[in-house]
Design a protein around this ligand. Structure first.
Ligand code: SF4
Ligand code: SF4
Length: 225
């Protein structure tokens, strides 16, 4: 039989709902439930507190915490070589940069500008995951405010943080991320030197890439034995 939606037959509020528990007189005035609630609140007053008086008291997050992404400043300059991997991996397209080169510098590549739009960032940490240089890492900074949309675009000046201040996170990455790829990848600071010229000096350009890898494997084997 089609239901008359103007007059629903089954309604949880109807007093003749089958199975509905009848309230006794005390329950009808709700007082016992109110006192139960007050008793519960009273007991909490003697338990350890988990809240703090922010912003006077600050929480120092553990190293695993993913706060705002920052660029690592190493020896007074960015480690970033502007490879663009982080910008590619960033799901909300929050990162933009422009690469430049300095032929006289062994590091060669650097970002002319590097920006993260903090209104877009979702703190996923994928930029940190893909960066081959440990040049962008998640910091402990969770206290982020802006006055305008323009203020929310963080440039190199705001992003660069000395590696000494990021020690906890960098140690954490060494412990967990590098171990995950340990067989193939272990970040070393000298990896940051990307000069093809320097590599050529070490790697004899007469060899093909496959031959170079074979030579390296041979060398590794000899070192291990
Ligand atoms: S944390 Fe995620 S969203 Fe934020 S910049 Fe990195 S990749 Fe993009
Ligand atoms: S992935 Fe790392 S090195 Fe490459 S552009 Fe991003 S921060 Fe720079």
């Amino acid at each position: 039989m089609p239901q008359n939606l103007e007059k629903p037959v089954l309604n949880t509020l109807s007093s003749d709902q089958p199975g509905e528990r009848k309230l006794n007189a005390l329950e009808k005035i709700y007082l016992p439930e109110i006192f139960k609630g007050m008793w519960y609140t009273f007991k909490q007053m003697f338990k350890p507190k988990f809240t703090m008086m922010y912003p006077e008291e600050r929480w120092d997050p553990p190293a695993i915490f993913r706060g705002r992404p920052v660029l690592v400043k190493d020896n007074g300059r960015e480690r970033c070589v502007a490879c663009g991997l982080c910008a590619r991996a960033c799901p909300p397209l929050a990162i933009s940069m422009q690469a430049n080169e300095d032929a006289d510098d062994p590091k060669e590549r650097f970002p002319d500008f590097f920006e993260i739009n903090m209104l877009r960032c979702i703190y996923c940490g994928l930029c940190e995951e893909v960066c081959p240089e440990e040049a962008i890492v998640m910091s402990k900074d969770y206290d982020i405010t802006f006055q305008s949309r323009e203020d929310a675009v963080y440039d190199k000046e705001k992003l660069l943080i000395p590696k000494e201040d990021l020690k906890d996170r960098l140690d954490y990455l060494r412990e967990y991320k590098n171990r995950q790829f340990g067989q193939f990848w272990d970040f070393q600071e000298e990896n940051n030197i990307h000069s093809v010229r320097n590599r050529d000096k070490r790697w004899e350009t007469s060899l093909s890439l496959v031959e170079m890898l074979e030579a390296k494997n041979e060398k590794d084997k000899t070192l291990r034995s």
